[in-house]
Design a protein around this ligand. Structure first.
Ligand code: RB5
Length: 147
């Protein structure tokens, strides 16, 4: 799978570990930064990854910040993005199955590294549950972008 990944300074260590894990598994990863602990603004990195997802340059996007909250908020401002902030693997599975999330958000300050890795693996390996009820709701989500 081809994945876009990005973070702010608050999740630089997790991004480094998760990129390494995904590459070891054979995934192609586009690393949008940031590349060290120097203070940056999370919307800039959400935008970089979201643009790859919307353009179809990657299959899925993964973004991280201290809590995952700010960077998920930013990603969800981009038309076409459905970014789910997940703190456990059930959320990761269901946001793919029910919401067809095309981006995952994680928080380095709020989620342990092993749980974070399990969340990423669950997110990447779960398919959307195609079916009328979910598709209808996702269409309604996108209709809200026009409000
Ligand atoms: C950065 O200090 C911090 O605010 C950010 O990583 C994130 O937690 C915001 O939601």
């Amino acid at each position: 799978m081809k994945l876009g990944i990005g973070c702010d300074h608050g999740a630089y260590e997790y991004k480094t570990e998760i990129v390494e894990m995904l590459q070891e598994q054979g995934h192609e990863v586009i690393d949008c930064g940031c590349y060290d602990r120097k203070s940056v603004d999370y919307p800039d990195y959400a935008e970089k990854v979201a643009n790859l997802v919307v353009a179809g340059d990657v299959d899925l996007g993964i973004v991280m910040c201290g809590t995952g909250i700010g960077i998920s908020m930013a990603a969800n401002k981009i038309k076409g993005i459905r970014c789910g902030l997940c703190t456990n693997t059930t959320m990761a599975r269901l946001t793919r199955e029910h919401n067809d999330a095309n981006m995952l958000a994680l928080g380095q300050r709020t989620t342990g590294i092993e749980v974070a890795k399990d969340i990423v693996n669950t997110f990447v390996n779960t398919e959307f549950s195609y079916g009328e009820r979910h598709q209808k709701r996702i269409k309604k989500l996108h209709d809200l972008e026009e409000c």
